[in-house]
Design a protein around this ligand. Structure first.
Ligand code: GUN
Length: 278
């Protein structure tokens, strides 16, 4: 029997808990989101983050810049936010326009306010085993979802398709920290299906229709991070859900799986940074 991993239901439970946790404080966290340009997907994500934060009583400020903003303007703003005691969390929405060095921007964020866990200090800590201030939101959300359904990780073969700094790489490390055997696949991987067929846990974070029924073994746990609109305007993920789902033990839907968990973990990270700063 296949169980659907319900990210929306778990998100709602987590947000409820966070709201109660925040009620006992006299002050509130302030999350500042920097959005550059007018990428429609980024705009939707940022609006969603703002709305969710406000519902929890988190102050949420979105700073918009035009796509031709100079790198130095962003760096100056980040330095200002770093030294502002009222600001407890900073997020720079990715992707950034080509003329901006994303590493320079991310590196400028103070690690104690780095709500994505993307700075070299936080990612370095993740990779060495020293605790980062917070863990990256999407990988954290995936693991939280697996834990909620009591899906064992230790000793399992986890195959991740996608090697981004946002999902693939940090998730690999976090699963390794939980004693999974981890394989990372990517666009140059040869014989992808031979590898994905050996997965106990398969995570796809590519953003294209790539995972079909011939690529998984039965009873696999499938986590679909991809989300895009197909040629008919339908929201879908990397996995061909209708054919693959019956073969799996657990699977995330798109939408309603990983996406809501990412937002919930962003709120959780915002609260954690705020509490560390009290
Ligand atoms: N763009 C897509 N996902 C993310 C994320 O988790 N954090 C940031 N900052 N940008 C993103």
């Amino acid at each position: 029997m296949t169980v659907i991993l319900d990210g929306k239901k778990l998100r709602d439970k987590i947000l409820e808990e966070l709201k109660t946790r925040l009620e006992k404080y006299d002050s509130s966290p302030t999350l500042v989101v920097i959005l550059v340009g007018d990428n429609p997907a980024s705009r939707i994500y940022v609006n969603n983050k703002k709305k969710t934060a406000e519902n929890l009583g988190i102050n949420s400020i979105v700073i918009n810049y035009p796509s031709d903003v100079e790198e130095q303007v962003l760096l100056d703003k980040i330095h200002e936010l770093n030294s502002d005691k009222n600001v407890t969390a900073i997020l720079v929405q990715l992707p950034l326009p080509e003329h901006i060095d994303k590493f320079k921007i991310i590196n400028a964020i103070s690690p104690e306010k780095d709500v994505d866990g993307f700075t070299p200090e936080n990612s370095g800590r993740l990779f060495t085993g020293e605790k980062p201030y917070v863990y990256p939101c999407t990988p954290k959300g995936i693991i939280r979802l697996l834990d909620e359904y009591e899906i064992p990780i230790e000793g399992k073969h986890a195959v991740i398709v996608g090697r981004s700094n946002i999902v693939g790489k940090p998730l690999a490390q976090m699963l390794l920290n939980r004693n999974a055997t981890v394989t990372i696949c990517h666009s140059r991987t040869k014989n992808l299906a031979d590898i994905t067929k050996t997965a106990d846990i398969l995570v796809s974070a590519v953003g294209g229709k790539i995972i079909g029924i011939n690529m998984i073994q039965s009873n696999c746990v499938v986590v679909d991070v991809g989300i895009f609109k197909d040629e008919n305007g339908k929201t879908r993920g990397d996995v061909d859900f209708d054919t693959v789902a019956p073969l799996t033990s657990y699977i995330t839907p798109v939408p309603g799986g990983v996406g809501p968990m990412t937002i919930a973990m962003l709120m959780s990270n915002t609260v954690e940074l705020f509490e560390k700063n009290l």
